[in-house]
Write a protein that binds this ligand. Structure first.
Ligand SMILES: NC(=O)C1=CN([C@@H]2O[C@H](COP(=O)(O)OP(=O)(O)OC[C@H]3O[C@@H](n4cnc5c(N)ncnc54)[C@H](O)[C@@H]3O)[C@@H](O)[C@H]2O)C=CC1
Ligand SMILES: Cc1cccc(O)c1O
Length: 285
């Protein structure tokens, strides 16, 4: 177990990627505090993991929620080693032209208050405990932190903002606290919701055929699931493996940045060269 004895705080840990991270961290021997706005999701977490998790119902847009989560974490587990800032919302790639004039300001405030302010408030609330433990922060970004069309201007702007926050906090908090980011691509097993301001709060990303879309464009040829996207979070939280790691962002997105000029290489460059039955040392399926 790579995280035995470590204590993590995960925001948005009651569903999707955050839930997968909590499940994985517990399996690696960690104790995990979770801040989430979903009482049902938190109850499921407690049912699944018992005393290995401490749950706090709250909203990442408010500093008091984060303070309560940190207090519950330290009270329950005695310390905090790593913050995983993860709770987020999406805009279903709504183009600026399609956002009504009288809705744009509210939609911006909602998006940035969750995806950007929520991370900063979490970092702020965790500073005393992470200074004491000389721990780390890892923030979930997205391919939208680097490339277009993973969201609209609001989501893409929010994720680009997090890239800057990771770099600045790594500068400010070193050498006491390491700060990094992980930028997944489209994920299976997510329940990501849209903005209330756009009447998308009850729309789940699971209603989109993302796997079919991404399998055509990704160099890896497949959409990763949330569970398949937890390994980097374990690595980034593993003290012995991350002495030099701060201010870094891992593009964990199936290769979106190298998908080619018109389309992803579908494997033919190798398939045409190595006839499948002639490859030396090939292990029969
Ligand atoms: N779903 C995807 O394809 C991708 C998601 N991401 C990012 O991954 C992170 C997690 O998203 P998913 O797991 O997909 O979504 P999800 O909706 O499945 O899980 C997010 C969790 O955060 C909670 N949450 C949302 N707003 C909150 C708030 N204001 N206060 C407290 N809790 C709140 C929700 O209740 C939920 O449990 C987000 O930052 C998202 O931008 C990045 C790349 C791809
Ligand atoms: C494809 C996709 C869908 C929702 C959120 C994301 O960050 C993303 O990359």
């Amino acid at each position: 177990m790579q995280l035995k004895g470590e204590v993590a705080l995960v925001t948005g840990g009651a569903a999707g990627l955050g839930r997968a991270i909590v499940d994985r961290f517990v399996s690696e021997g960690a104790s995990v505090a979770v801040l989430d706005r979903s009482p049902a999701g938190l109850a499921e977490l407690k049912e699944a993991h018992g005393d290995a998790v401490a749950v706090v119902e709250g909203d990442v847009r408010f500093l008091d929620s984060h303070r309560e989560a940190v207090a519950k974490c330290v009270e329950t587990f005695g310390k905090l080693d790593t913050l995983i800032g993860n709770a987020g919302v999406w805009d279903y790639s709504t183009a600026l032209v399609d956002i009504p004039d009288d809705t744009l300001s509210e939609a911006f405030d909602e998006m940035f208050s969750v995806n950007v302010k929520g991370y900063l408030l979490g970092a702020k609330a965790c500073l005393p405990a992470l200074y004491a433990s000389k721990g780390s922060m890892t923030f979930t970004i997205s391919n939208a932190g680097f490339y277009t069309s993973g969201g609209g201007a609001l989501y893409t702007g929010s994720k680009h903002a997090v890239v800057g926050i990771v770099k600045q906090l790594a500068y400010e908090l070193g050498p006491h606290i390491r700060v990094n980011g992980i930028a997944p691509g489209g994920l299976g097993g997510s329940d990501l919701r849209g903005l209330k301001a756009l009447n998308l709060q009850d729309t789940s990303i699971s209603s989109i055929p993302l796997a079919d879309m991404l399998s055509q464009v990704l160099p890896t040829g497949q959409m990763a699931t949330a569970t398949e996207s937890t390994g980097a979070y374990v690595l980034f939280a593993t003290r012995a493996e991350t002495v030099p790691l701060t201010g870094s962002i891992l593009n964990y997105d199936g290769g979106l940045g190298v998908r080619g000029f018109t389309e992803a290489n579908r494997g033919s460059l190798l398939d045409d060269h190595f006839a499948p039955n002639e490859v030396v040392g090939r292990v029969a399926p």
